[in-house]
Design a protein around this ligand. Structure first.
Ligand SMILES: [Ca+2]
Ligand SMILES: [Ca+2]
Length: 372
């Protein structure tokens, strides 16, 4: 799902990140298409709130139209991909912190308190999600065949398992040992739901809790699959070349919104698509030449929020668009990364991952005051 690991890998692998790239105006000024209405992008650039300003609920006038009372919920390590429980009491997310070299799954209260590791420290994990009844969670993990810890630069007995960076630069890294697990909300009672020869992750429940939509590479290409919530009846929904993933159900569970990197000639381009839950009736709803990804329906069903980087390969911001492809509006204006958005079940709050506080990505929450 919205898979921050995959995202980072995409950045490292298909988007050359270098100083010269950042300064290349030909790649940093890709216009949105259809073009934004002037009034929609004319708000002033973000004024930084100053050190720690986000705790004070400061936001710029552009963002302030839609996001109020912005607060940073995580401060330790690298954090991302956060989702509410249905009762909005809890948030589940992934983090690299402490002695854990890879992302692990944590929960916290919705005010950022009581942050707790629930995935242990075995292998890599990603893509966690609450079942709507709050009694179970899912996440993806390599725990059945965990990689050795990464090279310890301090020379304290760590093992070098990863090839040098240069060799990894253009490599897709979808760990074939990544499988989807179910657990109790405290991480106990683990049950493995997938066992395919290939990456399985990006799992989310339907709103009725009966299905899980997920991404798998079991058939060679990265495709979207659906299964019953107990792991039975796994079947494929997409069959186009390229990375189809990051799927979520619509509020009525009749549609699935996802993103796909389908243009193999232009690996920097991803688009948002909607299909029905049988994989039929697929239609593309974005068209900007950018990485349009991490889509999620507002609980009203009236619009979809997603992340895109039309101005610069490095600056992702949040946008909304209607399911018919109209009504594109920009939401965030920070110069850092803003992505992986997720609405609270009541539609009144937004969780997202941002590097706006400087440096590493963190989880942010705001009041969502958008009027469709
Ligand atoms: Ca595919
Ligand atoms: Ca941004």
């Amino acid at each position: 799902m919205r898979l921050i690991i995959a995202f980072i890998i995409i950045l490292l692998s298909v988007i050359p990140v270098s100083a010269s790239d950042a300064e290349d105006s030909s790649t940093s000024k890709i216009p949105l298409n259809p073009p934004l209405q002037k009034g929609e992008i004319s708000s002033p650039p973000l004024k930084k709130g100053g050190e720690g300003g986000f705790e004070q609920g400061l936001s710029d006038e552009g963002e302030g139209r839609y996001l109020q009372n912005i607060r940073q919920l995580t401060f330790e390590g690298i954090n991302g991909e956060a989702y509410f429980s249905r009762d909005m009491e809890k948030i589940i997310f992934q983090s690299i912190r402490g002695d854990h070299p890879y992302y692990q799954i944590y929960t916290m209260d919705s005010d950022g308190s009581h942050q707790a590791l629930i995935s242990g420290n075995k292998g890599k994990t990603t893509c966690s999600y609450f079942r709507p009844d709050g009694k179970k969670i899912i996440y993806a993990s390599t725990m059945h065949n965990p990689p050795l810890p990464p090279f310890d630069k301090g020379g304290k007995g760590g093992l070098e398992t990863a090839p040098p960076k240069e060799e990894r630069k253009y490599q897709w890294d979808f760990d074939p040992d990544m499988e989807i697990y179910e657990a109790d909300p405290d991480g106990s009672n683990l049950k493995r739901l997938t066992s395919s020869d290939g990456y399985d992750a990006e799992g989310v429940y339907s709103n009725d809790g009966k299905k899980i939509v997920f991404t798998s590479q079991r058939d060679g290409d990265l495709e979207i699959y659906v299964m019953n919530a107990d792991g039975t009846e796994q079947r494929r929904l997409t069959s186009s070349k390229g990375y189809d993933g990051g799927a979520f159900f619509s509020p009525d569970d009749k549609q699935i919104v996802f993103r796909a990197f389908r243009d193999l000639e232009k690996p920097r381009i991803a688009q948002i698509y909607i299909m029905d839950t049988e994989g039929k009736g697929e239609r593309q709803i974005t068209s900007a030449e950018a990485v349009n990804w991490a889509p999620y329906f507002h609980p009203s069903g009236k619009y979809i929020i997603f992340a895109s980087n039309p101005e610069s390969s490095r600056n992702f911001d949040l946008y909304v668009i209607r399911p018919d492809g109209t009504g594109l509006k920009r939401i965030t204006y920070d110069e850092g990364f803003d992505g992986l958005p997720y609405f609270s079940p009541d539609g009144k709050k937004l969780l997202w991952t941002s590097s706006r506080s400087g440096g590493k990505s963190q989880i942010f929450i705001a009041d969502w005051v958008y009027q469709e």
